[in-house]
Ligand binder design. Structure first.
Ligand SMILES: Nc1ncnc2c1ncn2[C@@H]1O[C@H](COP(=O)(O)OP(=O)(O)OP(=O)(O)O)[C@@H](O)[C@H]1O
Ligand SMILES: [Mg+2]
Length: 160
């Protein structure tokens, strides 16, 4: 089971939107999805519960709510799923958490807002810790930082 965790240290940039759509897209593509909601508000869960892919009685997909500020380490029953998709709050410290052990088959998605000046000053620096974790981790951990195009623009001007 591949674990996709959506996290950035910034609120309101599209983490939940990205996690929800990633889970639904993969489910619609025929993969067995374990959606794990670690974010306050449980918006991903509420959205997925309204879809036939996740609400059908005989669904192969599962929604899981976990009240924790930590990335889970154990995934009992993981063999029943192709992907776990995890939504998080910006308070999570994914880079540090992921470095604490060998975590195989992890992927991190980090949406950023290209028109957010605060984000552009702050996020590249903060994401560095996650990116560093990615490079140093002995596991297959990978990070993808991408612009959330809802906010317009297609280029992120990173500071020198
Ligand atoms: N690609 C998009 N297209 C349209 N609207 C979007 C897109 N991405 C995000 N939004 C909107 O921006 C708002 C914030 O998105 P979202 O809740 O996914 O961010 P978040 O990072 O999960 O926020 P939080 O830190 O509060 O959990 C929402 O109203 C969402 O509908
Ligand atoms: Mg959210």
């Amino acid at each position: 089971m591949i674990k996709i965790i959506v996290n950035t240290p910034k609120g309101g940039v599209g983490k939940t939107t990205t996690a929800t759509n990633t889970a639904l897209f993969l489910a619609q593509s025929g993969y067995r999805i374990w959606a794990i909601d670690l974010a306050g508000g449980l918006l991903m869960s509420k959205a997925l519960q309204k879809t036939p892919e996740f609400s059908a009685i005989n669904s192969i997909n599962k929604i899981d709510l976990r009240e924790t500020e930590k990335v889970p380490n154990k995934f009992p029953g993981a063999n029943n799923f192709d992907f776990a998709v995890l939504d998080t709050d910006d308070s999570f410290t994914v880079g540090a958490d992921l470095l604490q052990g060998t975590r195989t088959s992890w992927r991190v998605l980090s949406p950023v807002n290209p028109h957010d000046n605060i984000g552009l000053q702050r996020i590249p620096k903060e994401i560095r810790s996650v990116a560093t974790a990615t490079y140093l981790s002995p596991s297959e951990l990978k990070i993808s930082i991408f612009a959330n195009m809802a906010y317009g623009g297609d280029v992120i001007a990173l500071p020198d």
